[in-house]
Design a protein around this ligand. Structure first.
Ligand code: NI
Length: 137
């Protein structure tokens, strides 16, 4: 049996959605208020699902403190209170929730203390979220 452990984190970041491939009118049409030149902020909820067997000795899929440390070091320290547009990861890609979720998935994918990254969810607003799922062989 494979089990999955979930943990939620929160960080606050700002961004402006403005794709270099689009002109000003197209950017306004595509992103609406999110294209505002001054940017805006979100409180992002990040949900990390780690899949794997339950360790017989510890009774856990992954050590929660070790997972917290990994997420803090690779994600929260990087993005909390940051302007996402200034992060090198978004130098050539628009910091939408979709791209943010994909980048966080890449950052964590091979860095977990145990198990595999099964699912990652980033909630940008109450009504707006995105998920990346592990590719199954
Ligand atoms: Ni936004």
């Amino acid at each position: 049996m494979i089990a999955a452990f979930g943990r939620r984190y929160i960080f606050s970041a700002s961004h402006r959605l403005d794709a270099p491939a689009l002109d000003a009118d197209q950017n306004r049409a595509a992103y609406g208020k999110c294209n505002n030149a001054h940017g805006h902020g979100h409180n992002y909820f990040l949900q990390v699902m780690v899949a794997g067997p339950v360790n017989e000795e510890t009774g856990m899929v992954v050590d929660m403190a070790a997972l917290d440390e990994t997420v803090r070091r690779l994600v929260l320290d990087r993005f909390d209170q940051a302007n996402l547009n200034f992060d090198p990861l978004f130098a050539d890609c628009v910091p939408t929730t979709e791209n943010l979720c994909r980048e966080i998935f890449s950052l964590l994918q091979n860095a977990l203390p145990a198990g595999v990254l099964d699912q990652l969810r980033v909630e940008e607003t109450e009504n707006n979220f995105f998920e990346c799922l592990r590719e199954v062989d």
